[in-house]
Design a binder for this molecule. Sequence first.
Ligand SMILES: [Cu+2]
Length: 145
Amino acid sequence: MAAAIAVFVMSFGGAAAAADFEVLMLNKGTDGKMMGFSPSFLQIEPGDTVTFIPIDKGHNAETILDMIPEAAPTWKGKIDERFTVTLDVPGLYGFKCMPHLGMGMVGLIQVGNDRSNLTELMNVRLPGKAQARMMELFAKTSPRS
Ligand SMILES: [Cu+2]
């Protein structure tokens, strides 16, 4: 019993603390483009959290159908809502602002060093400017080691 507790404490102490990343929802992105998440690409570790912050009004953040790892739950923030999601399943997560998808308000999160679902994401057709912006984000992912 005592040994089991000691092992637990050691493994817990050795684990890196989960980090929180902030993504701003803006009418004008830091890249100068209209309607955007900043940053629009993040690479985080499993168990880290991402907080979406409504700096400007009228935005939300939600997962795009068929653009998250198979085992991962979808998530959806309300318009003008600050909300935090914990991402445990490694892989790529495409997300959008529902009202501004056609204007290219999309983002991409890579959890861990895993982009094994990249092909699935690339097969999803997005409207308007979203497709081109998402292709730019795909280029920022790094391969599985
Ligand atoms: Cu928006």
